[in-house]
Design a protein around this ligand. Structure first.
Ligand code: SME
Length: 138
């Protein structure tokens, strides 16, 4: 382990590892609550650049998870009316909240070009990953 790596460097490496390891993960990134504002700010990510670097609470899948504190699995993004499209190639999305000391402080967001690819195994994996990330941030 490189103890000199910053949190953002570790999160970037983690996103890259997940995307390289799992075929149906095409865009992997973290959003974090932006200070005291009711909005999310894009953190480390891998995949196509997105113009959605700030997302208000309640908007899109990500903004809804910021408010609900619940996992959000979207098998078909075209069936969602509160959805922010980042790329025309995206067919499905999963967002898992990140809790530090019991507080929802951000989330991991994954887009897939494969229709309906996410299972309970993805939720379990990403919950585990976020518990480890929380341990780095606590
Ligand atoms: N689709 C997300 C926006 C973020 S992009 O997927 C990177 C949403 O609806 O919140």
């Amino acid at each position: 382990h490189n103890n000199e790596a910053t949190l953002n460097e570790r999160l970037y490496a983690l996103c890259n590892f997940l995307r390289e390891s799992i075929p149906h993960y095409d865009w992997v990134g973290y959003y974090f609550r932006n200070g005291d504002k009711e909005e999310l700010k894009l953190g480390p990510y891998v995949g196509a650049p997105t113009e959605h670097t700030i997302i208000p609470f309640g908007k899109g899948i990500c903004g809804q998870v910021a408010v609900s504190n619940e996992n959000f699995v979207v098998p078909d993004v075209t069936a969602q009316d509160n959805y922010i499209a980042c790329s025309i190639h995206v067919k499905a999305e999963i967002v898992i909240p990140l809790f530090v000391n019991g507080e929802n402080i951000g989330q991991i967001d994954i887009d897939s070009a494969t229709p309906d690819p996410f299972t309970k195994a993805d939720e379990a994996l990403l919950e585990f990953v976020n518990e480890k990330v929380a341990g780095l941030m606590a």
